[in-house]
Write a protein that binds this ligand. Structure first.
Ligand SMILES: CC(C)(COP(=O)(O)OP(=O)(O)OC[C@H]1O[C@@H](n2cnc3c(N)ncnc32)[C@H](O)[C@@H]1OP(=O)(O)O)[C@@H](O)C(=O)NCCC(=O)NCCS
Length: 198
């Protein structure tokens, strides 16, 4: 008997430049709204809507155009299903450092390995850019916390009652770092922010 096996194409991962991010603001907003609606602690509170999401991403587009942030996305069937921001430290003494932000996978797409793949691609891009020290923080015990631990990130501290959760309770945050293979960028070796803007 022929089996009816549903096959889903794997999401592809790539970097979006500022122009494409601007063109896809609605999809980017949808991913963030979905994360907040499902209780993710990603700086926003209940009631966060698509307009708020677009406003958030519009600011990121400006930073991407300035060269201070990079955006990597997962895309499946022509639709954006995941995001992660690589945020370059702007300080002159930290050209080798960056942070990870808005590591989000659409709730319907989770636990299929996309978060891990998005993070790996972002780490590779960071390493190639000489940003070999990565930092982030996330709610203790959250899906993000689990993801980072499973991807080799090291915890370096916890802060109790760091932020309000979507449900109104204060929650602890855990800070993580990861040292990537590669040569750390030296002071003076990276273009100043804004240099990428045409
Ligand atoms: C965190 C997040 C991006 C993970 O995306 P994902 O595509 O589901 O992650 P993956 O499928 O690649 O998971 C990789 C590993 O991380 C761990 N993990 C991820 N989500 C987990 C969960 N909910 N519970 C337990 N472990 C989890 C597991 O070890 C998993 O491997 P496994 O599935 O083989 O057990 C997603 O859950 C999300 O968008 N959460 C809300 C937003 C958020 O909290 N982001 C982080 C804050 S910056």
């Amino acid at each position: 008997m022929r089996q009816n096996i549903e096959t889903r194409a794997e999401a592809s991962i790539r970097e979006l430049d500022a122009a494409e991010a601007e063109a896809r603001l609605a999809e980017l907003a949808d991913i963030l709204v979905d994360a907040v609606a499902h209780g993710a602690s990603v700086n926003f509170l209940a009631g966060f809507d698509r307009e708020d999401g677009r406003a958030f991403w519009r600011k990121q587009v400006a930073d991407i155009a300035d060269g201070g942030k990079r955006l990597f996305v997962g895309e499946r069937g022509g639709r954006l299903v995941g995001t992660v921001l690589l945020i370059y430290a702007p300080q002159p003494n930290a050209p080798h450092r960056a942070e990870i932000g808005k590591m989000l996978v659409l709730s319907s797409e989770r636990r299929q390995g996309l978060g891990r793949r998005l993070l790996a691609v972002t780490e590779q891009a960071a390493s190639r850019a000489g940003r070999t020290l990565l930092l982030l923080d996330t709610e203790s015990g959250s899906s993000g916390d689990r993801l980072y631990r499973s991807c080799g990130w090291r915890e370096y501290g916890r802060v109790p009652d760091h932020a309000y959760r979507v449900d109104g309770r204060l929650a602890e945050t855990t800070m993580f770092y990861k040292i990537l293979p590669g040569r750390p960028a030296a002071p003076g070796s990276v273009p100043p922010l804004g240099a990428a803007r045409p």
